[in-house]
Design a protein. Structure first.
Length: 413
């Protein structure tokens, strides 16, 4: 049954947008050859963002802010119009087939966009509902393919499916009940409203802890970067050290097909051994390998706990013709490497063809946390959470701490 919410009136927000920002201090460090402006600032708890083909920017806001819509009317790479679109948006926002799509933690919505109007002009429609309400890994990120499908990440509501969650020595549940309707990616019809997960969803990927970063490559194929599990050392001190706790497991970059199994909660990927290992909840001891050829192998790994929160594939050649088709990943940064310093907090570029890495990763933007010896993620100055490409090939990056938006471009020669 179609659910329609009446569209509330637009709210013009009074926020400190880019025109008031200090140009001499953009707050981050960029790779050589890149520069940035502060497109907007102090928006609030910003999450993912998307840029329309006319340059308008839409940012999902956590809490009760809905979606912020931003427009640069004078071409100075700073938003001078900011309006609020009241909605149940929490993390994801995207544009598909003339609609603005966005998600709460339990539902996917859309609203029609019109030429010239900054805010959607149609009613808010429910596209997919019926997801299980959960406290952990609840955000419903999604992406679209070229054949009319939408793919929705449904995170696992636990760390490792233990009988007693996050308790030292507690074994894993087998079978794990979260694998029935969570811990995977579900495929739906992107154009049809009133769908539910149980009646209309097709489970495309299973064995997935949480894939905030999910994208369809323009050349074809679903890709994702998932958050690895936590607390190997604190929960299983007989088998893992403090160093292991900080460095294990890898964050995994995957090219996935229908029916792929990524091994959660039974396994984790060890970046030093370059092997998938049996999880301690299921009889592993840090030395026991997972069953061979049963689970998908990542195409690239990243350091533990970096928290990959967004993934896009670069459609333009504006930065460099060789970068077209490559991946940009926003890493939100770790919270659980103590007593070692926290890490991540960066935007990375991965040279890429469909399903194949063809070069080393490059740090495009770093220094978000403000402290290389950061002990607590709550003290980070900024944390990158979303990335989006503009119609001119510029890269937009959102921050979840203060709500700053950067617009990154190539430095003019």
């Amino acid at each position: 049954m179609l659910k329609v919410l009446a569209l509330a009136s637009a709210i013009v927000c009074s926020v400190a947008i880019g025109a008031n920002a200090e140009e001499t201090d953009i707050g981050i460090t960029l790779a050589e050859g890149y520069s940035a402006t502060i497109f907007a600032d102090n928006l609030g708890r910003a999450r993912h963002l998307v840029v329309r083909n006319n340059g308008d920017v839409y940012v999902a806001m956590r809490g009760d802010q809905g979606i912020m819509a931003l427009r640069d009317t004078d071409g100075d790479s700073k938003a001078d119009v900011v309006e609020e679109f009241p909605s149940e948006a929490e993390t994801e926002v995207d544009i598909h087939d003339g609609y603005l799509y966005f998600s709460s933690n339990v539902e996917i919505f859309r609203a029609k966009l019109s030429d010239g109007a900054l805010l959607p002009t149609g009613d808010i429609e429910s596209v997919i509902s019926g997801f299980i309400k959960q406290r952990q890994h609840a955000a419903k990120t999604f992406t679209f393919d070229d054949e009319g499908h939408i793919y929705v990440n449904v995170g696992a509501p636990s760390n490792a499916c233990q009988v007693q969650p996050r308790s030292a020595g507690s074994p894993g549940q087998d079978p794990c009940p979260h694998l029935d309707r969570q811990a995977g990616v579900w495929r739906f019809d992107a154009a049809r409203t009133g769908q539910t997960q149980e009646a209309d969803g097709h489970r495309y990927v299973t064995g997935l802890r949480n894939a905030m970063a999910i994208a369809w490559h323009p050349g074809g194929g679903l890709h994702l970067v998932q958050h690895g599990r936590d607390q190997l050392g604190t929960l299983w001190a007989d088998h893992f050290t403090v160093d292991d706790n900080a460095e294990l497991p890898a964050e995994e970059f995957h090219y996935v097909h229908d029916g792929a199994n990524l091994g959660w909660p039974f396994t984790y990927f060890d970046p030093a051994k370059k092997k998938r290992m049996q999880g301690p909840e299921y009889g592993g001891d840090g030395k026991t390998k997972a069953p061979k050829n049963k689970y998908k192998k990542p195409i690239r790994t990243f350091p533990a706990h970096w928290a990959p929160n967004d993934l896009i594939f670069y459609k333009s050649g504006a930065f460099s013709p060789t970068m077209k088709g490559g991946a940009f990943i926003a890493f939100h940064g770790s919270w659980n490497r103590a007593p070692k310093p926290q890490q991540g907090y960066r935007v990375v570029f991965v040279p890429f063809k469909v399903g194949e890495i063809n070069g080393p990763s490059i740090d495009i933007a770093t220094g978000f946390s403000g402290d290389e010896e950061l002990a607590d993620s709550r003290e980070a100055v900024y944390r990158p959470v979303g990335v989006a490409e503009g119609p001119d090939g510029a890269l937009y990056v959102s921050d979840s701490m203060k709500g700053r938006i950067w617009k990154i471009t190539k430095t003019e020669k």
